[in-house]
Design a protein around this ligand. Structure first.
Ligand code: KIV
Ligand code: ZN
Length: 403
């Protein structure tokens, strides 16, 4: 099977950042942008410049700093929006203006108070204007999945006519289902892109029904070649498709998803940790790929299987996503002292009783399992002793993960 490339468009700094508990200051945005660049994302959506001076400054700073990626700025279709996005991108090495307007009747009637014809005209004007300011123009039809598909295709056709080459299909409210979304993407590809190989279909899925990743992957199977996603799946309401999940699904299941990305998967865990450290919450312990239990095998029967052959219960290695093993430092014969030291390095100072309990669990596991991960160590203290991950520990954890 021929492997095709899927472009990863990261919107952690825009859709992610605009959600509660996720705001970042300029220095934090820059730190994350640099990390995203080394992770290998193709596009960083750095903000929505007309929304605030902070967003404008963030796009400008990321554009000045990140020279190996395309920097995207979001704008509505109004002229001042487009111009503000263009100003923020000035000086970037690779530029993309991402303009959007809603296309569902409910949005047209209650939010925009515009007719369908007016929205087509707004689309045309915005794309035409943006064309003069950036190398690439992406057009998004907000609430695409609740729009009349024929009308949606007409709006996309108008955007293409004016020079947009990336057509983004957002499932803005997280409503669609994988089969239905795949069908919609196929239809847009056939009706709008036709034979044009320079037109790329993109998808942007929200997770209100927990289907953002499944919908994104279904869309790729149907011909989409860009996925918009965020680190740790942060974003409006229930979040966006999580970058680490879509990337690793394509990596692990390349047999049925023959797509490659530019992501250096070994940087996934440290990127996730850096984001958790910057914003005000961590990922859930059982979060796929980056949760602290994602590679911790607790049940005896699982541990036995993993020791005999990791493939019994591991479909990918922790190392492949940058979770490091401690086999040399903390093997079967490691003592209480080494364990306490490792916890200290991770930012936890345990009392004597806590250390005793953790050591008991460590010894039990080390007896059966060759490799003990930081995630295992955290699970000993958080599950058994109910030690929450303190905010002050995050920095050290991220530091360790980045080491
Ligand atoms: O969810 C959405 O529709 C968006 C668009 C601006 C792409 O975030
Ligand atoms: Zn969104």
């Amino acid at each position: 099977m021929k492997t095709e490339r899927v472009t990863i468009f990261d919107t952690t700094l825009r859709d992610g950042e605009q959600s509660p508990g996720c705001s970042m200051n300029l220095e934090e945005k820059l730190r994350l942008a640099r990390k995203l660049e080394s992770l290998g994302v193709d596009i960083i959506e750095a903000g929505f410049p007309i929304a605030s001076d902070g967003d404008f400054a963030a796009v400008k700073a990321v554009a000045a700093e990140c020279r190996d990626v395309t920097v995207a700025a979001l704008c509505r279709t109004a002229e001042p929006d487009v111009i503000r996005a263009a100003e923020a991108l000035r000086g970037a090495a690779h530029t993309r203006i991402h303009t959007f307007v809603a296309t569902s009747d409910i949005h047209l009637e209650y939010k925009l108070r515009k007719t369908r014809t007016e929205v087509i005209e707004m689309t045309r004007r915005a794309v035409r204007l943006a064309r003069g300011f950036a190398e690439e123009i992406e057009f998004s039809a907000e609430d695409a999945t609740r729009s009349d598909p024929d009308y949606l295709c007409d709006v996309f056709a108008a955007a293409v006519d004016e020079g947009a080459t990336i057509l983004n299909v957002p499932d803005t409210v997280g409503y669609t289902l994988p089969n239905e979304f795949a069908e919609l993407v196929r239809r847009i590809r056939e009706r709008v892109a036709g034979d044009r190989t320079d037109i790329m279909i993109s998808v942007h899925c929200h997770n209100d029904l927990g289907l953002a990743v499944a919908n994104s992957l279904a869309a790729v199977s149907a011909g989409a070649r860009q996925i918009e996603c965020t680190i740790n799946g942060i974003g409006e309401r229930a979040g966006n498709a999580s970058l680490e999940e879509v990337v690793m699904a394509m990596r692990v299941r390349a047999d049925s998803l023959p797509f490659e990305t530019n992501i250096n998967t070994r940087e996934i865990y440290s990127t996730s940790q850096l984001l958790s450290q910057i914003i005000s919450f961590d990922v859930q312990p059982n979060k796929a790929i980056v949760g602290r239990n994602a590679f911790a095998h607790e049940a005896g029967i699982h541990q036995h299987g993993v020791i005999s052959n990791p493939l019994c219960y591991e479909i990918m290695t922790p190392e492949s996503v940058g979770v490091t093993a401690n086999e040399l430092v903390l093997g079967k014969h490691s003592g209480r002292h080494a364990l306490a030291l490792r916890y200290e390095e991770m930012g936890y100072t345990l009392s004597r009783t806590e250390l005793d309990a953790a050591y008991r669990r460590f010894s039990e596991l080390a007896d059966r399992k060759k490799r003990i991960y930081d995630q295992d160590l955290i699970s000993f203290i958080s599950a058994e002793l109910d030690v929450p991950i303190a905010v002050t520990n995050r920095e050290q954890l991220a530091h360790i993960a980045a080491a």
